[in-house]
Write a new protein. Structure first.
Length: 348
C-alpha cells in the first residue's frame, strides 16, 4: 500500500471526488467538504456504514471502544501518527472540538496508525499523547488493521460518523476546520461553537523528503548501497541542487531510514518557514550540531528542539529545528555522529 503523508487541503466535493477516482478506492466514501459554515454532509441515502475498530493493540485514555458501542453519538475517527507534523498541527483544533461538543454527545477516537516501526512502541505513543495534550481515546492500530478497514491512505484523515453509525463527512489533510466544525454541529443539531481559526497551510515549500531507500532519493546521483551494508559518501561541499538530501561519511541504508556509520554531514537546500526532522539513534542520546546558511542559527529562528545551534536526540521522534525563516532557499547542515538515524525532513 502506498502510505504517505500529505499537506493537502481538499476544497469542495469536485476536488475530493477527483482524488477518490484517482486513488481507485471504491470502498471509500465520497469526500464532501464545504468551506466556511456551509459544510456539506454526505446525503443520508449515500452514507456507508463505518468499519469497526479492528486489530487494536491497546487503548490510551479509555477502555476498549467499538463503533457499535458508540452508536447514538457523533464520532470523529482521526487517523494520525505522532511523528507527522501535519497531524500534530491539527491537534489544537481537535482539542477545541472536543471541549466544545463532548457534552453534546460528541466523541473523538484517535486511531494511531504508525508510519515508521518506532511509532509502534506503546510507551512512545503514550508519551506523545501526554506531551501533545491528547485527552480523547486513542486506539493503537500498530498493524494498520483499522487503517486498512477504512481504505485510508492519508495522515491526517478525519471520518465523521453519524448517530446511526454511518460515515457522514470526510476530510483528508490539514485544514477545512470551519467546515469540520459545521459538520459536527449539524449532526449534533447544535449551534457552531468551536469556530477555530484555521492553521495556515503553507504552499510552495519543499515537500517531505525521506532518507531511506524505501521512499528516499539522494542528491546529485548519490545512490543507496545494499541494505545493511556500509557505504562511503565523499564530501563535495554543500549541494547546489535543492530539495534533495545530501549525506557525507559512512552510511547504512535500512529502508525506512539511513544510519550513520561514522561522523558526517546531512545537508539540504530547502524552502519553508519551518523545518522539522524525524530522527533517532542506534542507542543512547546524541548531540547534533546545526548550521543555517553557513552560520549558527539565531535564537529568533531556532525551533523548539534547538538551543545554541545544538539539539539532543533522546528518542526517535519529530524535532523542530527552524522557524520563522524568510522566503527563499536556505542551506541547513547537520554535523552528526555515528549511530544517528535519519528518517525524514518535513516542512511548514
Amino acid at each position: 500500500m502506498n502510505r504517505y503523508r500529505i499537506v493537502l487541503l481538499i476544497v469542495g466535493a469536485v476536488i475530493a471526488a477527483a482524488i477518490a477516482v484517482a486513488l481507485v478506492r471504491p470502498s471509500a466514501p465520497p469526500t464532501l467538504a464545504g468551506t466556511g459554515s456551509n459544510a456539506l454532509l454526505i446525503p443520508v441515502d449515500q452514507r456507508s456504514s463505518a468499519p469497526e475498530l479492528l486489530g487494536v493493540d491497546a487503548w490510551i485514555n479509555s477502555p476498549p471502544l467499538s463503533m457499535s458501542g458508540l452508536r447514538g453519538r457523533v464520532v470523529l475517527v482521526d487517523f494520525w501518527t505522532f511523528s507527522c507534523v501535519n497531524c500534530v498541527r491539527t491537534i489544537p483544533h481537535l482539542q477545541q472540538l472536543y471541549g466544545a461538543y463532548r457534552d453534546h454527545g460528541f466523541v473523538i477516537v484517535g486511531v494511531h496508525s504508525p508510519e515508521f516501526d518506532f511509532e509502534k512502541v506503546p510507551a512512545s505513543v503514550g508519551a506523545a499523547v501526554q506531551r501533545l495534550g491528547v485527552t480523547w481515546p486513542v486506539a493503537l492500530d500498530s498493524e494498520m488493521a483499522t487503517w486498512n478497514a477504512y481504505s485510508n491512505q492519508y495522515w491526517p484523515a478525519e471520518y465523521l460518523i453519524d448517530q446511526q453509525g454511518h460515515i457522514a463527512y470526510v476530510n483528508f489533510g490539514e485544514g477545512n476546520y470551519e467546515a469540520t466544525d459545521s459538520a459536527v454541529a449539524m449532526l449534533l443539531g447544535v449551534k457552531v461553537v468551536a469556530s477555530a481559526a484555521a492553521t495556515p497551510i503553507p504552499t510552495s515549500i519543499t515537500p517531505e523528503l525521506y532518507a531511506g531507500s524505501a521512499r528516499g532519493r539522494l542528491v546529485d546521483g548519490e545512490s543507496y548501497g545494499p541494505q545493511g551494508q556500509p557505504v562511503d559518501y565523499p564530501d563535495p561541499g554543500p549541494p547546489q541542487t535543492a530539495d534533495l538530501i545530501q549525506v557525507t561519511g559512512t552510511w547504512i541504508d535500512y529502508g525506512q531510514y539511513l544510519q550513520a556509520g561514522s561522523s558526517g554531514h546531512v545537508r539540504l537546500r530547502f524552502r519553508a518557514n519551518n523545518a522539522f526532522v524525524v530522527v533517532g539513534s542506534a542507542g543512547g542520546s546524541l548531540q547534533i550540531q546545526l548550521s543555517l546558511d553557513g552560520a549558527n542559527v539565531p535564537a529568533a529562528l531556532s525551533g523548539s528542539a534547538l538551543t545554541r545551534s545544538m539539539f539532543t536526540i533522546v528518542s526517535q521522534d519529530l524535532y523542530q529545528l527552524i522557524e520563522h525563516l524568510n522566503p527563499g532557499y536556505h542551506l541547513v547542515n547537520l554535523l552528526v555522529p555515528s549511530g544517528f538515524r535519519l528518517y525524514t525532513f518535513t516542512f511548514g
